[in-house]
Design a binder for this molecule. Structure first.
Ligand code: TXA
Ligand code: MG
Length: 336
C-alpha cells in the first residue's frame, strides 16, 4: 500500500531523495496531485507510464522551478513566453515549446516539443528545489480514471506508488491550461485552471475550438496528443442531462448519484439516491468536481447523473472534463 507522508521538510527531503534515485513519488500541485519522476531519466519516465497504465503516445508535463530551468529544456523561447510567464507563473499554465535534443524523447511521447510549467504549490516548489531536477508529472491516477485532488485519492488509484506527499486538498481541483506556442498561432490544447478569458488579452490570436465539444471531435487538427475521448471517468457510468425528466431513471439501478447545480425536480430522486450539489460558478465548481466524483464512487453509486453546465467559454474546462467522463456511458442504460 502507498505510504502517505505529511509534506514536512523531512517528508519533502525523502521524496526528493527518491526522485534523485530514479524512483517516482506523488506530490500536490495547485491543480491536482502529480506522479513525479526525474524528467531527464528515461528509466524513471518509464516507471510513470507503467504505474499509470498510460499509453505510450500520451506526453507528460515537465515541472520546473524557474525560467532558467525552462531554457535548459528547450531549443528556443517563443516571443510570447516572457509575458505569459510573468503573468501566470508560478501557476496552472502549461506551455508547449520546442524540446531540446538532450531531453529524453519519451517524456514527450516522441514529439519534438515539450510541455512545461512552474507550479505555484509551495510543496511542489519545495520538492523541485530539494531535488534540483526537472520533474515530469502527469496527474497521479490510473490512466482514464478521475484525477486526484487529495492524497487519499492517489492511494486509492495508485496503491503501488512508494510515497505520497500529503499537502491537503488542491486549490484549483482541475488540471492546468495547455497552450501550444510552437505553431504559427498559439493554440489552446486543453482548457484548464487558467480561464481562457484571462489568456486572450495576452494572446489575442489564440486558436480556440469551434465549440467546447470540438475538443472531442475525431481528426481535429488541434487535438492535444494523448487527450482521450474517455478520460476523467468514475467507475459508475456517467450521464449528462439538461432535462432531468428525460433521464432513463427506471433503467438505472440504485443508488444514483446526482451531481447538480440546481435541485432536481421533486419526485425524481429515489430515497437511496445521493446528491452532490455543486456551485453555480465555474471556478468553485471545478475545485470540487473531482472530489465529488470520488465521493460518489466511494459510496458505490451505480450511475452518476450530472446537470449540464451552461455552454459558455467560462465553463469550457468543466464541460471538457464532463464530456470525457461521460464518453461511452451513453449505451449503459439504452432500452432493450
Ligand atoms: O495540472 C496539470 O497539468 C497536472 C499537474 C500534475 O501538473 N498534470 C497533468 O498531466 O494534468 P496529464 O498527464 O494528466 O496531462 C498532460 C497532458 C497530455 O495528456 C497532453 O494532452 C498535454 O498535456 N501535453 C503534454 N506534453 C505535450 C506536448 N509535448 N504537446 C502537446 N500536448 C502535450
Ligand atoms: Mg491526467
Amino acid at each position: 500500500m502507498a505510504r502517505i507522508v505529511s509534506a514536512t521538510v523531512e517528508g519533502i527531503a525523502e521524496a526528493a531523495a527518491l526522485l534523485r534515485a530514479g524512483e517516482v513519488c506523488a506530490f500536490p500541485t495547485e491543480t491536482v496531485y502529480g506522479l513525479g519522476a526525474n524528467a531527464l531519466s528515461d528509466l524513471a519516465i518509464q516507471k510513470i507510464y507503467q504505474l499509470k497504465g498510460r499509453p505510450a503516445f500520451n506526453p507528460l508535463i515537465v515541472h520546473v522551478e524557474n525560467m532558467a530551468q525552462v531554457r535548459d529544456l528547450v531549443t528556443s523561447i517563443p516571443s510570447q513566453v516572457a509575458l505569459l510567464a510573468r503573468r501566470f507563473w508560478p501557476g496552472p499554465l502549461t506551455l508547449v515549446l520546442p524540446r531540446a535534443a538532450h531531453v529524453p524523447a519519451r517524456v514527450s511521447a516522441g514529439l519534438d516539443t515539450i510541455a512545461v510549467r512552474v507550479p505555484a504549490h509551495p510543496v511542489a516548489q519545495a520538492l523541485l528545489h530539494a531535488a534540483q531536477l526537472p520533474i515530469c508529472a502527469p496527474s497521479a491516477n490510473r490512466s482514464e480514471q478521475v484525477s486526484p485532488t487529495r492524497a487519499e485519492h492517489v492511494a486509492k488509484s495508485l496503491p503501488d506508488v512508494p510515497l505520497i506527499l500529503d499537502g491537503g486538498p488542491c486549490d484549483f481541483g482541475i488540471e492546468s491550461t495547455v497552450v501550444d506556442l510552437t505553431r504559427e498561432h498559439p493554440v489552446l490544447l486543453r482548457p484548464g485552471a487558467v480561464a481562457v478569458s484571462k489568456l486572450i488579452p495576452m494572446l489575442p490570436n489564440l486558436v480556440l475550438p469551434a465549440s467546447p465539444g470540438a475538443f472531442l471531435s475525431e481528426g481535429d487538427a488541434h487535438h492535444a496528443p494523448g487527450q482521450m475521448k474517455r478520460h476523467y471517468a468514475p467507475r459508475a457510468p456517467l450521464l449528462l442531462f439538461s432535462d432531468a425528466t428525460a433521464l432513463p431513471l427506471d433503467r438505472m439501478p440504485s443508488p444514483v448519484g446526482w451531481l447538480v447545480i440546481d435541485p432536481p425536480p421533486a419526485g425524481l430522486m429515489r430515497p437511496s439516491d445521493l446528491i452532490e450539489p455543486l456551485p453555480d460558478d465555474p471556478t468553485l465548481y471545478a475545485a470540487d468536481l473531482y472530489a465529488a466524483l470520488h465521493r460518489l464512487d466511494d459510496r458505490q453509486v451505480q450511475a452518476i447523473v450530472v446537470q449540464r453546465p451552461p455552454h459558455t467559454l467560462a465553463w469550457l474546462a468543466v464541460l471538457d472534463r464532463l464530456e470525457r467522463a461521460a464518453h461511452g456511458s451513453e449505451k449503459a442504460f439504452d432500452s432493450q
